[in-house]
Design a protein around this ligand. Structure first.
Ligand SMILES: *Cc1c(COP(=O)(O)O)cnc(C)c1O
Length: 223
């Protein structure tokens, strides 16, 4: 059992429920993705025992080591939420059910070559000066067309990561912009919101909140 996880999960659930009711949304519209990067496979197993089924990992190599312990869990779904280099795309496509960080047509074609049905999201870079990875908004239409032309890929939506700030409010314009882009292209899933800004994300239409620290505690000292 991961220390404090049950209490942390209850607290996160109540934050999500409060945000949904303030925003006039149903709880079922928002998926809680448990971000387990840096933590051992036992953290995934503990979260699974508490009913969580959607998990996010950042690094292909790190998840490769945990996968033998968790891949067989019935109903569990694993999302890659960290940047993916195309030379690791084959392994990523084998290990993950969802890749949230597609940001080039080259990467999309590499994933498509595996001929395994894969849900993907496009990572959008909304703050050019700070984000290292992601598709620029002006390149989005071409990338959407490229992914829609890949028979093995199903484009589910968009994800983004605003510049880091302690305060949740500065994230709002980024979340709003992502939603506008998703609406324009008829994409249902919006992966946005982390431990410190999930309420703002839900108010702005998030359908997937990616929560690490608020569930598993600080990663400091584990890195
Ligand atoms: C680490 C990470 C998260 C989780 O962040 P917390 O602040 O710990 O909730 C979410 N999304 C991405 C892309 C991450 O790398």
């Amino acid at each position: 059992m991961h220390p404090g996880l049950a209490e942390n999960l209850a607290a996160v659930e109540s934050r999500i429920a409060d945000a949904c009711s303030r925003a006039g949304r149903r709880r079922g519209e928002v998926t809680l993705l448990a971000v387990t990067k840096v933590f051992p496979a036992s953290a995934i197993l503990a979260a699974y025992d508490l009913g969580l089924r959607q998990f996010g990992e950042n690094y292909v190599q790190e998840f490769e080591a945990k996968a033998p312990l968790v891949r067989q869990l019935p109903g569990a779904c694993f999302h890659l939420i960290g940047h993916l280099q195309s030379n690791k795309s084959r392994r990523a496509g084998e290990l993950f059910d969802v890749v949230q960080t597609v940001d080039s047509s080259k990467l999309a074609r590499r994933l498509d070559e595996l001929a395994k049905p894969l849900d993907v999201l496009i990572e959008v870079k909304l703050s050019p000066e700070e984000a290292k990875h992601g598709c620029a908004p002006e390149d989005l239409p071409a990338l959407i067309d490229a992914i829609r032309a890949c028979p093995s890929l199903r484009l589910a939506g968009l994800m983004t990561m605003p510049p880091w700030s302690d305060d949740p409010e500065p994230s709002r314009p980024y979340f709003r912009r992502l939603r506008q882009l998703a609406d324009r292209h008829n994409l249902p899933q919006l992966s946005m919101g982390m431990s410190h800004d999930l309420e703002v994300a839900i108010e702005e239409g998030s359908t997937i909140v990616r929560i690490g620290t608020a569930l598993f505690g600080s990663r400091k000292g584990l890195l």
